[in-house]
Write a protein that binds this ligand. Structure first.
Ligand code: ATP
Ligand code: MG
Length: 434
């Protein structure tokens, strides 16, 4: 992509209404624009990141054996009346009336709809276990939308639903998702602490929230520092049952549920930190299958309500969370796996024939190697180009100027470390194309 034609409206000044770094940088770097409170347009640079995160989330869902579907955003009210949540959900639910006066709603989540899908199509335990997920926009009329897309009203979520014959099988599905989440966040280079979100009572619900540590987080957590030894951000390989069990047995709790007097962790081993919730997994048994009558015949021929869990990832919130975890005073620092482009190619002098020819050549050859390159071909001063490239956070900057080029050299800058090296054009292409 050539920067001269890219729609990337950047801002020099910090927007006054943005309180947290990620919101400021997303506006300044031209990733999003607000259309009304908590509702945003995703611009090209933001959308590319969103899509890359979505794809990593998808791959780990698929790997865990879940099947992707796509449920609609608009749902009929009847399903929610059946489960009893139509009234209970309150003002966070956006209610809509169609032209025939039928009550509809913009889905804040999909338990009811997926339970309905299940009960009309699955009748036997032989079709279990089953996990169905989708990645779809949700609407929740949050009382205080804030921090940009991190607490929006319209937001993109991956939500998965598991169906099993009995509780034991349900817990196996739950642990599959637990592992999928560890892997997903590790692939994104994030430390996401699995925090116990239920009461811990035997036979009750089972639930974990995945929290990224960040100063600007809305929740406060307490956790055993032994969790840090798991090196969560590097846990991308196979994760065995032993590791899961050890991790699940370590203490991590939100402030509201933390009881200082009865905490099992010695004070010197207890960490307190702010967190951003990026995922939530939940095994709730027969809550919806009872009320909505979703039953299957078991091996003994008896009808039993199906055991269910639901598993959410805040895909759009992750864009903000990633920026909170990866930035400096000059802008965003994207991890390579989600960067909108891998390389920012900076032509220091467009009017210099040699520079522009070399850049054209580099651009073509990297593109041929399937490397995503953003080529700054604008006719403007070097200072502004460097500032924009730092702001937009591409992992590599390849700088081409007339002086170096006379000796066949270009400069490669690593955005994260700030390291710069001079190398030949050939070496640069080989390195970036590897
Ligand atoms: P929160 O406590 O932040 O309101 P929640 O418990 O309501 O979250 P879930 O219903 O579990 O969230 O939704 C799954 C995931 O969707 C959350 O872990 C979060 O990452 C994301 N999410 C929830 N609400 C929002 C929102 N308003 N804007 C962006 N992402 C959200
Ligand atoms: Mg909420």
């Amino acid at each position: 992509m050539r920067l001269s034609s890219l729609f990337m409206p950047t801002l020099k000044e910090n927007p006054a209404d943005a309180q947290v770094t990620s919101h400021r940088l997303m506006l300044r770097a031209g990733l999003i624009r607000q259309t009304s409170a908590g509702i945003y347009i995703w611009l090209p640079m933001g959308l590319r990141v969103l899509r890359k995160i979505e794809q990593i989330v998808r791959e780990e869902q698929d790997r865990a054996g879940a099947q992707e579907i796509l449920m609609p955003t608009i749902q009929p009210a009847e399903l929610w009346q059946e489960s009893g949540r139509y009234e209970a959900y309150g003002k966070e639910m956006l209610r809509i009336t169609d032209r025939h006066d039928r009550e509809m709603l913009y889905g804040p989540t999909n338990e009811e709809m997926v339970t309905d899908l299940f009960r009309s199509n699955i009748k036997s335990y032989k079709d279990l276990p089953l996990m169905l997920y989708h990645i779809q926009w949700k609407f929740r009329d949050e009382i205080r939308p804030r921090f940009g897309i991190m607490r929006g009203r319209e937001f993109l979520m991956k939500d998965n639903y598991s169906f099993d014959l009995n509780e034991e099988a349900g817990r196996i599905s739950y642990n599959k998702m637990y592992v999928a989440y560890l892997r997903t966040f590790a692939r994104l280079g994030l430390v996401a602490i699995p925090v116990r979100a239920d009461t811990g009572a035997i036979g009750g619900d089972l639930s974990h929230e995945f929290q990224i540590l960040a100063e600007t987080g809305e929740s406060t957590l307490y956790y055993d520092k032994a969790i840090e030894d798991f090196d969560l951000a590097s846990l991308t390989g196979d994760i065995d049952a032993d590791t899961i069990e050890k991790l699940q047995n370590l203490y991590a709790m939100e402030e509201e549920k933390h009881d200082a007097d009865n905490c099992p962790v010695a004070p010197e081993n207890l960490r307190r930190a702010k967190g951003i919730e990026v995922g939530h997994i939940f095994f709730f048994g027969t809550k919806y299958s009872e009320s909505m009558n979703a039953r299957v015949t078991g091996p003994d021929g008896n009808l039993v309500p199906v055991e269910m869990g639901s598993y959410g990832v805040g895909v759009s919130r992750l864009v903000g969370a990633l920026i909170e975890a990866n930035h400096d005073e000059n802008g965003i620092i994207w991890p390579e796996v989600v960067a909108p482009y891998k390389v920012g190619l900076i032509n220091l002098r467009i009017k210099d024939e040699a520079c522009t020819a070399a850049c054209g050549d580099i651009y073509q050859r990297l593109t041929d190697k399937s490397v995503d390159v953003l080529y700054d071909d604008r006719d403007m001063g070097a200072g502004g180009k460097f500032a924009d490239m730092d702001l937009s956070g591409l992992p590599w900057q390849l700088i081409v100027g007339p002086r170096g080029l006379k000796n066949g050299l270009v400069e490669l800058k690593n955005r994260a470390t700030g390291d710069r090296q001079e190398l030949t054009l050939e070496d640069a292409i080989n390195m970036l194309g590897a």
